[in-house]
Design a protein around this ligand. Structure first.
Ligand code: HAS
Ligand code: CU
Length: 550
């Protein structure tokens, strides 16, 4: 099979489409509950009208976090990575049934998780910190979602190994390379939460353990929780490096730099989870310091990405006649909704990234931890860099998968700008409110008195939330009409695969070798976590009873 002849089959397209269907359905439900909290802060309590379906703020917040941060992302990503594997390698999945089984396990897990959340028996938020206790079904379902995604990943690896055998010495196509690293990162990362659920939370919720050790559970959780954010981010980076330059009418500035960035993410993403535990008394200061330092190191691959992607965009814009030091930006194809979404996502990520670096400072973290600053930060990252990029990707992916032209592309451009504007208003309000001391994960509207300075910001958040709700639903409607209309115009969309300025074959061979990078990943995990894991396990106290949040 030669490189350019493989045509992705209708069955494969359908399989990827199912991932998107679940992802977008989750987003459309989860997005309802975000603005509800923002409105609650502004003393507009819509929760009262949702009873008896939704019992409480915390149930709504759990639905929002689980559906948007966990389900929308994981299903979109596994679907997108299926495409980057098949298309990049120009071959079908080696064992499609394995991937179908993986997807089936994910869907089963999702349904099992949904039941207790909807019954208000798992209102433990998306981080499910013990001693808040959920129904065993919640933990079981989440485990199945993760296991299903692993199985899909194994299907990618088998396909890749087959390709490698047939193509010794050939550089792995960049989109596949980035996609595979994302999956490997995920499989390392989720060991933490797998251990947390299987050895503590699940047996405890089943009544087989008298209690849990919340401190150790948090360490296990953040072993997964930090790299989780790169599992979300890297597929967007795959698009920015391997597709966006083509969509913008140019080429990728440096294939090698892109590869170095992906490897650095694999090596550096995991050993820094303690930056989420700066205020946890059980973690000694030395280890907080080491993880803070490592957090600053994972800043570099993102800075490299900013440099390489912007250089590629500038090249593209100048090819299109763009001039001037910054004037070239106007020459980018802003009328293409897929490009516009991803550019706006990138711009928001500058601010999200700077906020991340701020969080990583122990001193400043003491000021912002557990305040609304943190959701302000993650709405610029997972809900902007990632989600707005995924929206942009869907604007070509859905026409590609369905063979139908995108419905109202100009509305899709408006949708991206609405998200951008809504997010600026919302995240600015959240960040500022956080600096004013407002706690996160808290219904502020029921407080009889809040500091005066908060009021304007709470209203600002409600306005931002309302705009975001409109933008989310515009996205869902555009995709749904495109996918389900019977008489849509036919479209012949190809995967926009970018060429690099430099021939990828010229990139150093060590950038295409797994062993040294996997070894470095494991070594750094052992150094950064080993001693603390030993210390925390040897002093573990499974004594904390559970608390049920209603
Ligand atoms: Fe974070 C908390 C530190 C990135 C998500 N983060 C969170 C939480 C989430 C989250 C969900 O150190 C809350 C968890 C919870 O519920 O408690 N974060 C960082 C750092 C980075 C970072 C150092 N975070 C992310 C990303 C996320 C994410 C990415 C999701 C996808 N974060 C923290 C810390 C905390 C934290 C602490 C704990 C806070 C606490 O106390 O609870 C870095 O990776 C950021 C590096 C990024 C950059 C930006 C580079 C810019 C680029 C844009 C290029 C522009 C383009 C557009 C392409 C340096 C690449 C050009 C356009 C034209 C028009 C030309
Ligand atoms: Cu983190």
């Amino acid at each position: 099979m030669t490189a350019s002849t493989y045509q992705i089959s209708a069955t494969e397209k359908k399989f990827i489409s199912w991932h998107l269907f679940v992802a977008v359905t989750a987003l459309s439900i989860g997005s309802l509950f975000g603005p509800l909290q923002a409105f609650e802060g502004a003393k507009i309590d819509l929760y009262q009208y949702l009873k008896p379906i939704i019992q409480s703020y915390y149930q709504g917040l759990t639905l929002h976090g689980v559906l948007n941060a966990l389900v929308w992302t994981t299903f979109f990503i596994t679907g997108f990575l299926t495409l980057t594997t098949i298309h990049g390698l120009q071959r079908p999945l080696k064992l499609p049934k394995l991937n179908y089984a993986g997807f089936g396990i994910m869907v089963a897990g999702l349904l099992i998780t949904a039941v207790p959340i909807l019954l208000n028996q798992a209102s433990v938020l998306y981080t499910f910190y013990p001693p808040m206790k959920a129904s065993p079904l919640f933990y079981l379902g989440l485990t199945l979602v993760v296991v299903g995604s692993w199985v899909e990943g194994w299907g990618f690896y088998l396909t890749y190994m087959d390709w490698r055998k047939a193509n010794p010495g050939v550089r792995t196509p960049l989109m596949t390379f980035g996609g595979l690293i994302t999956m490997v990162l995920w499989q390392f990362a989720t060991l933490g939460v797998a251990a947390e659920i299987l050895t503590q939370l699940l047996p405890w919720s089943l009544g087989w353990l008298p209690g849990v050790d919340p401190q150790f559970a948090r360490t296990e959780f953040w072993f997964t929780g930090h790299p989780l954010v790169y599992f979300w981010l890297l597929p967007a980076y795959v698009s920015w490096y391997a597709l966006l330059p083509k969509q913008a009418g140019g080429k990728l500035f440096s294939d090698s730099l892109a590869r170095v960035a992906f490897w650095l993410f694999l090596v550096l993403s995991i050993p820094l989870g303690f930056h989420h535990q700066f205020v946890d008394p059980g973690v000694p200061p030395l280890w907080k310091y080491i993880h803070a330092l490592l957090t600053y190191s994972v800043f570099f691959p993102s800075m490299m990405t900013a440099f390489t992607v912007i250089a590629s965009l500038e090249y593209s814009a100048r090819q299109r006649g763009g001039k001037g030091m910054l004037g070239w930006i106007r020459a980018l194809p802003w009328g293409d909704p897929s490009v516009a979404s991803q550019l706006l996502a990138g711009i928001l990520f500058f601010f999200g990234g700077i906020g991340g670096i701020t969080n990583a400072s122990y001193n400043i973290n003491l000021v912002i931890h557990n305040t609304t600053w943190v959701p302000g930060h993650f709405h610029l990252t997972v809900a902007s860099a990632v989600t707005l990029s995924f929206m942009g990707i869907s604007y070509w992916l859905v026409p590609y998968l369905t063979g139908k032209k995108l419905w109202k592309p100009q509305w899709a451009v408006i949708q991206a700008w609405l998200w951008f504007v809504g997010m600026i208003i919302f995240s600015n309000g959240m960040h500022t409110l956080g600096l004013l001391g407002a706690p996160r994960r808290t219904p502020l509207g029921i407080a009889p008195y809040v500091p005066d300075a908060w009021n304007g910001r709470l209203i600002q958040d409600a306005v931002g939330g309302a705009i975001l709700l409109v933008a989310a639903y515009l996205y869902v409607v555009i995709l749904a009409v495109t996918a389900f209309s019977k008489n849509a115009e036919k479209a012949d969309v190809q995967v926009p695969q970018a060429e690099a300025m430099q021939d990828p074959a010229a990139s150093p061979a060590w950038l295409d070798r797994w062993a040294p990078w996997l070894a470095a990943t494991i070594l750094l995990i052992v150094i950064a976590y080993g001693p603390q894991l030993v210390a925390q396990i040897s002093t573990i106290q499974l004594t904390s009873p559970g608390f049920i949040i209603r």
